[in-house]
Design a protein around this ligand. Structure first.
Ligand SMILES: Nc1ncnc2c1ncn2[C@@H]1O[C@H](COP(=O)(O)OP(=O)(O)O)[C@@H](O)[C@H]1O
Ligand SMILES: [Mg+2]
Length: 264
């Protein structure tokens, strides 16, 4: 039996939690992908979302940022239901929610600094061409954010010449430009080697602790999940099958629950 958080609050009060999901289901055509998911996440928590490939992790993250509409149940993200948002409300919500992708999502021919600056585009009216076209305070912040991920020296380097781990750290610095309250990371280390994976996740963890933003990070590797998270949530075949404090669970327990043999 999965351990569940049980949200108790009145529906007419804005939920201060980062995330409150109740009875969430999602299907594509006849295919049911997520079933009856309940999940409440407190501000500042670092939640690792684990589960085998095809379990529904990416679908769940896309429901949280409003890229999909659920077929049943409700999602409240930072007090807002993305399925009920107008386009402009959704844009406003997404400005508060950062997204980190497995494939980084950077513009390879642009420098690290320019890519980080692009994280601020949501707050600017005009398109920008080159780092010099951004206001100076933003350029200073972008550089500080690159420093925070350990890449100040690489600021003028084209992103397609950086290592995978460095590229993912640029992507994280770009998200910092948003001052996001919630960061969703979809297998951010799936294409990185083990050392780079640890470095990227520990960077994310450190920033989350310093700035107080919430993280929901899907991961394939249970050992990494346990290393960086406050809480581990496991999905399998579209159902939430484990929701436990990281310090109260073990690698064996999680693997047993979701049937991972550890041979990814
Ligand atoms: N747009 C879509 N249309 C149809 N099926 C989809 C779509 N997106 C995901 N699925 C299916 O939903 C299931 C869960 O996928 P996904 O959320 O990507 O899993 P995970 O991220 O855990 O690997 C898979 O069976 C996948 O094929
Ligand atoms: Mg996925």
């Amino acid at each position: 039996m999965a351990q569940r958080s049980s949200p108790v609050h009145s529906d007419d009060v804005q939920d201060p939690r980062s995330l409150d999901i109740r009875g969430l289901s999602m299907g594509f055509g006849d295919k049911s992908v997520l079933r009856d998911i309940d999940l409440a996440v407190r501000p500042g928590e670092f939640v690792a979302l684990v589960g085998p490939s095809g379990a529904g992790k990416s679908t769940l993250l896309r429901l949280i940022n409003g890229s999909h509409r659920p077929t049943g149940g409700a999602v409240s993200v930072l007090g807002t239901d993305p399925a009920r948002c107008s386009r402009s409300q959704l844009r406003a919500l997404r400005a508060r929610v950062g997204f980190v992708f497995q494939q980084f999502g950077l513009v390879g021919r642009l420098s690290a600094l320019e890519n980080v600056l692009m994280g601020a585009l949501g707050s600017l009216r005009m398109p920008r061409y080159g780092a010099g076209s951004y206001p100076r305070p933003l350029r200073e912040r972008a550089l500080q954010n690159l420093e925070r991920v350990g890449l100040a020296e690489e600021r003028f380097q084209r992103c397609d010449t950086l290592s995978g781990g460095q590229q993912q750290r640029v992507a994280i610095a770009r998200t910092l430009m948003q001052d996001a309250e919630l960061v969703l990371a979809d297998e951010p280390v799936a294409s990185l080697d083990p050392n780079a994976s640890v470095s990227v996740l520990e960077t994310l963890r450190k920033l989350s602790a310093e700035d107080g933003f919430t993280v929901i990070c899907s991961l394939h590797q249970v050992d990494l999940a346990l290393r960086v998270s406050d809480r581990v949530v496991a999905v399998r075949d579209g159902g939430l099958i484990l929701d436990a404090a990281t310090n109260e669970t073990s690698e064996e327990q999680i693997r047993a629950v979701y049937g991972d043999t550890g041979e990814n």
